[in-house]
Design a protein around this ligand. Structure first.
Ligand code: SAM
Length: 228
């Protein structure tokens, strides 16, 4: 049995029952002894923070939650506030500058998940990992999701699906396309049952690097020629 499974069982972290520990183990086994900065949204009574504290012995760990709780865990600092409050998040990143691992296990409301991701992505290090847990909530209407319309805009799962295009954004080749901040910055996205992992890293392969840049006139001509 792996160290991570043992710790999750010891502290009764529901990440084990949910099957997430296997996913985490895969990503963390080779980096667990590094000096990392880790942020988890959602503390509850602290089981997962206790797991991370023992597993990532050389790391600085931050937990945030809307409900204050009195906990003292080695290498862990707690912040209390709303995951959608950008001033509150700015206070945390102001102190830590960037994180190598971010885990969203907070409210699970789609708009919250998206708002936190949009903000915190800028403070995820290159090579960093962003986990979004409990994606089953993105199919629950009470959490802003839908079971009936799988293409519903604004659900966390559809937001994450849209990031897949950022991996391949160079192919958009539209004359007026305005690059967004995720384009070329996501190396891969993995979807597991109810959990997704976004791996940040600037693109290293430029398919079109030797291709001369088309002029505005050429791009416009190409655009209209596709229409007719
Ligand atoms: C599933 S529990 C976290 C469990 C913990 N990560 C673990 O694995 O042991 C979710 C937590 O998110 C917190 N939460 C709910 N809404 C929030 C919000 N808007 N901002 C920050 N935390 C929130 C709740 O208070 C609750 O403690």
């Amino acid at each position: 049995m792996s160290d991570l499974i043992k710790l999750a069982q010891l502290y009764k972290a529901n990440k084990y029952e949910m099957g997430y520990i296997d996913v985490y183990e895969n990503y963390f086994k080779d980096i667990k002894d590094k000096k990392l900065k880790i942020l988890e949204i959602g503390i509850d009574k602290g089981p997962s923070l206790k797991v991370w504290s023992e597993y990532f012995k050389n790391s600085e760990i931050v937990g945030l939650d809307i409900k204050p709780i009195d906990l003292n865990i080695k290498n862990v600092e707690l912040f209390f506030g709303d995951q959608t409050d950008l001033k509150f998040l700015a206070e945390i990143v102001g102190k830590y500058k960037y994180f190598d691992i971010i885990i969203d296990d907070g409210s699970h409301i789609s708009s919250h998940v998206i708002k936190s991701f949009n903000y915190l992505f800028d403070y995820l290090s290159d090579g960093g990992l962003y986990f979004v847990e409990d994606l089953h909530y993105s199919y629950y209407p009470r959490y802003g999701g839908s079971r009936l319309n799988l293409n519903k805009k604004g659900t966390s799962i559809n937001f994450l699906k849209s990031l897949v295009d950022s991996v391949n954004y160079e192919n958009f080749d539209r004359p007026f396309y305005k690059k967004n901040k995720f384009n070329g910055m996501i190396n891969n996205i993995n979807f597991f049952q109810n959990i997704a992992v976004i791996s940040k890293n600037p693109s290293k392969i430029y398919l079109y690097k030797n291709k001369p840049k088309a002029s505005f006139f050429e791009k416009t001509k190409k655009f209209f020629s596709k229409l007719f």
